[in-house]
Design a protein around this ligand. Sequence first.
Ligand code: 2AM
Ligand code: CA
Length: 280
Amino acid sequence: MDESRPETVVGSKSFTAVAVNCAAKAGEYIKMKLGTTGQPDFKYSRQDLVTEADKGAERLVRNLIATHFPDHSFLGEEGVEPGPEASAAALREALEAEYLWIVDPIDGTTNFVHGFPFFAVSIALARNGRVIVGVVYDPVRDELFVAERGKGAYVRGKRLKVSAERTLGESLLATGFSANPAVMRINAREASALVQKARNLRVCGSAALHLAYVAAGRLSGFWEHGLNAWDLAAGSLLVEEAGGRMSGVNGEPFDLRVRDVAASNGLIHDELLAALREVE
Ligand code: 2AM
Ligand code: CA
């Protein structure tokens, strides 16, 4: 027994085991709350919603992680003031930690509020600013997507692999509409242009699940503007470990500070970025 560790530390569970356990527990909790949370509160705008379920699930995950790893830092969507500037500032500070857990208790809150069954718990662990574990859990389908850096990405014990489409014309794409009206207008023009080039376009309302679907080969590519680290951290590792590519929409290398993001099977990435660049 290590005397220097507080009594609350539970054994030597692996980071991934804790992430999986937290995601499963939080997923069960939000599924139980589905349809019972009443009116949401507005955060930054009338599109930016939060419910008691978001706050309760985040508390649950934060407490579980603190039990296992009391020295680790924690960045959760509900612990940060609303708005892009506050998010960026919180992330800058948080990334200085050696171990940082990045948690979105419900990615797809608007869907959750409306009972549209496409939302997920997203939990990632970054070491010195680089994601090393990522878990995205869809409690409705009971699909838990998990990745460890260098060890691949899995769902239900099956290794994930991105899809094989080579052109936009054969691709099923997804995007997400930001709550910011100016960004939404740009995004609407992009969506209009891209849907004409691709096989089709989906806008399902959870960036974390869209990324998991790119990793699983169910979507060929995805882009969205104005995302936060908690929307992206876990899903980005799923995509990379499934053989896909992450970048900024202008082609810059992906890291947790990038907010305008493209993800794909790799094969269509340059064509996707070029098509986005063409949009006026
Ligand atoms: P959320 O449900 O956790 O808020 C949908 O297009 C994606 O954008 C979701 O991942 C959603 O995460 C995120 N999102 C919704 N409103 C947002 C906002 N105001 N700022 C940043 N991201 C937002
Ligand atoms: Ca989110």
